[in-house]
Write a protein that binds this ligand. Structure first.
Ligand SMILES: [Zn+2]
Length: 310
């Protein structure tokens, strides 16, 4: 019904435009409108949809997304979309509540569906991490990202079967890029002299680290960046940093790197960004940075930290 009204609206607008002097024959066009919560699914959906959908990113550039809350304007955007893509209720607890109130015309995709998610069974009471916390950072593992791409492709084809062949072709091209990325990370880790990295940020790289056999030392616990690491945890990481002879300390995007700076200052290690790709800065958005760009830069710095080839 909404789609029908939309078409009628376009026809009326086109008629008005033509009355004001256009010479082109009227051709109705209807682009699928997709609203996404986080940057990875925004970027994946854009690559899969090409010219056939309008893809919007809800979290504004530069905003740390773990504690994002939608505005009334955001809710209207979701209500008037054809497809709403969220990561998982553990990443966006508000999104499922919004999804429950949506009209039937809006398709809802939990983009991590079909992926076995890690759960922290014990949590960490000292760090305020509740037991049973679910890790939502699936997009940082290129192989799990392929599953996200599959999920988005199926949802787009269901909403817009007319362009299914194009979506499937674009998705196949994108999956080939993710496979290349995966091969690069495998090459870096297989040729490295160390498997340990030091991260002055939250545990966003659990799936990534597991995929490539990387040990992550971090003073943070938990999957959200709110807990402040204790001085004891920081001291422990400094002594581990010295013992593994690590010369790089990673920090994460869109957050104050103060803990990483303490680790770097006390050990002389170089600070490097390990970009978690939750979101991008305003500057990165203006430069049209992509998930593949972000992960390729991560690969460069990982090779440096692990003393491997690039
Ligand atoms: Zn995170």
């Amino acid at each position: 019904m909404r789609g029908y009204r939309h078409v009628v609206g376009i026809m009326i607008m086109a008629a008005i435009t033509c009355l004001s002097g256009c010479n082109h024959p009227f051709r109705p066009t209807q682009r699928v409108v997709v609203v996404t919560t986080l940057f990875p699914q925004y970027d994946f959906a854009k690559h899969i949809a090409g010219d056939y959908a309008t893809v919007k990113l809800l979290v504004p550039p530069g905003v740390e997304p773990h504690h994002f809350e939608p505005t009334p304007k955001d809710i209207i955007q979701i209500q008037t979309a054809d497809l709403f893509i969220l990561t998982h209720p553990s990443m966006e607890p508000w999104a499922m509540k919004v999804a429950d109130t949506l009209p039937k015309s809006v398709g809802v995709l939990n983009v991590s569906q079909g992926i076995r998610l890690s759960v922290d069974p014990d949590g960490d009471p000292d760090d305020g991490v509740p037991a049973g916390s679910v890790d939502p950072h699936v997009w940082l593992d290129p192989i799990l990202a392929k599953k996200m791409v599959d999920n988005i492709t199926i949802a787009l084809c269901q909403r817009d079967p007319q362009h299914a062949t194009i979506y499937q072709k674009n998705a196949a091209n994108y999956i080939a890029k993710l496979d290349r990325l995966d091969r690069r990370f495998k090459r870096i880790t297989s040729q490295s002299t160390s498997n340990t990295i030091v991260l002055g940020g939250h545990s966003a790289f659990g799936y990534f680290a597991k995929r490539y056999g990387i040990r992550v030392i971090s003073p943070y616990h938990g999957f959200a960046p709110d807990a402040e690491p204790t001085p004891k945890n920081i001291a422990s990481v400094i002594s581990q940093l010295k013992s593994v002879h690590q010369q790089v300390v990673f920090y994460e995007e869109l957050l104050d790197p103060k803990v990483a700076m303490i680790l770097s200052r006390d050990t002389g290690a170089t600070l490097r960004l390990l970009h978690g790709a939750h979101n991008v800065s305003k500057d990165e958005m203006d430069r049209h940075i992509t998930y593949i760009d972000i992960m390729s830069k991560n690969a460069d710095y990982l090779a440096e930290a692990l003393h491997s080839c690039r």
